[in-house]
Design a protein around this ligand. Structure first.
Ligand code: GLC
Length: 342
């Protein structure tokens, strides 16, 4: 009831602001739209695990035609992981290198030009996970600069505060930092859609610990779903030696396997209902060491279960280890693509 009342008050306030000619970060002609509206515009979505993420000390390349390809396949949104921390000074005022902004701009602009909704985040910021207190000022300064830089961009550009908070960044520590970051962004981008996520790598198990600011209806909850890990991460070197012992794990959509996913998603649906926040599965995917039949079955099932509940999603990812596109032969992996689109 309280949430409904909040929503009505906010809508009235927006009308009053419009009547008095208040400006907003929305382009002219756009009217106020909340997160539920935007969440419906995101499917189907895909992650770029390239371009702005470091691997082996260098940025991966994105080919000129990738965003056009993604759009022509029918995708509507693209989550762009960005390693800002590598290009941000280590001491105050923690300046982000202008050349890196240019690089991000280019990809964001290209996504927009291809009619894709770009979601940019802070990705692989490992230092803040290890030492939240020591990195807080730097983290908030990153958001101050990013949000100033993009304040006048289309409302279609969306921000995600941080990929996969984990290690020491959890519970109260994460809640406090998340809320501070939202306040920083809201100074320059009062209505832009922001994705927020729970601790333990955006896990649904930490949803109940999250505290969001009241009255902000432009927030979307982003969860990552890779269950069962021994299936989706088999042979994934970054998981350590154990992932070798997972090789050969299949996913055949047995009743037990399906009910497990449904059980998890029902917990999320209940949280979403109680908190009146739309849900985005910001990452889900199975690594290419798993057999293709299982990957296709799992991918389709997760996608269908998300859509059934009115959630948006972004598959992890376009053309690397989980890829639906083979960048060496320049061909779609059509069975995976079908599992997402048809
Ligand atoms: C996270 C990591 C990414 C990894 C993916 C699957 O997004 O940042 O590097 O590939 O999860 O494990």
């Amino acid at each position: 009831m309280k949430l409904v009342a909040d929503r009505i008050i906010l809508a009235l306030l927006s009308c009053v602001m419009l009547a008095f000619g208040a400006t907003s970060s929305f382009a002219q002609g756009d009217t106020y739209k909340d997160a539920f509206y935007w969440n419906k515009q995101l499917n189907p979505g895909i992650n770029l695990d390239n371009a702005l993420v470091m691997r082996d000390g260098k940025l991966r390349a994105i080919e000129e035609n990738h965003l056009a390809l993604i759009a022509s396949a029918g995708f509507k949104s693209v989550r762009i992981p960005v390693v800002w921390s590598t290009y941000t000074g280590s001491n105050a005022p923690y300046t982000i290198k202008p050349a890196f902004f240019e690089r991000v701009d280019k990809i964001v602009n290209e996504a927009l030009a291809n009619n894709l909704i770009p979601i940019i985040n802070i990705h692989h910021y490992t230092a803040v996970m290890k030492d939240p207190a020591g990195q807080e000022k730097r983290f908030l300064r990153m958001w101050e600069q990013i949000s100033q830089h993009y304040a006048n961009y289309s409302p279609k550009l969306m921000f995600e505060i941080l990929n996969e908070p984990s290690q020491n960044l959890n519970g109260e520590v994460w809640n406090s930092m998340l809320n501070k970051a939202i306040r920083v962004v809201r100074k320059t981008n009062p209505e832009r859609i922001l994705f927020v996520g729970p601790g333990y790598y955006n896990s649904y198990t930490k949803l109940s610990a999250i505290e969001l600011p009241r009255g902000d209806h432009n927030l979307i909850m982003s969860l990552h779903y890779y269950d069962p890990m021994n299936f989706t991460h088999q042979g994934a070197a970054w998981m350590g030696d154990i992932s070798e012992s997972w090789l050969g794990t299949t996913w055949r959509a047995t009743e037990y396997q399906r009910n497990r996913v449904i059980g998890h998603f029902d917990i999320v649906a209940e949280w979403a209902e109680n908190n009146d926040v739309p849900i985005h599965i910001g990452e889900f995917g199975a690594y290419d060491k798993a057999d293709m039949t299982s990957r296709v079955k799992w991918t389709r099932f997760i996608r269908e279960q998300a859509e059934k509940r009115g959630w948006s999603w972004a598959y992890w990812e376009f053309c690397y280890g989980y890829g639906i596109y083979d960048r060496h032969t320049d061909e779609w992996r059509t069975d995976l693509l079908d599992a997402l689109l048809h």
